[in-house]
Write a protein that binds this ligand. Structure first.
Ligand code: ZN
Length: 56
């Protein structure tokens, strides 16, 4: 399972995004960023998030 901890991205947030692939994690993460944090992920942010994805 690929996971991304929102906290690792610098947010004060306990959100954890889990999915089967990096692409799915990034898709959910950009939606989470928009819905929860009111941010539109630009390509730079997406690239940064990609590096925070872990295998758990
Ligand atoms: Zn969050």
């Amino acid at each position: 399972m690929r996971t991304l901890h929102c906290r690792d991205a610098g947010f004060d947030c306990d959100g954890i995004i889990r999915a089967g692939s990096d692409e799915e994690v990034l898709g959910q993460a950009t939606q989470h960023a928009r819905d929860v944090h009111g941010l539109d992920a630009d390509p730079q942010m997406t690239e940064q998030l990609k590096r925070l994805i872990r295998e758990e």
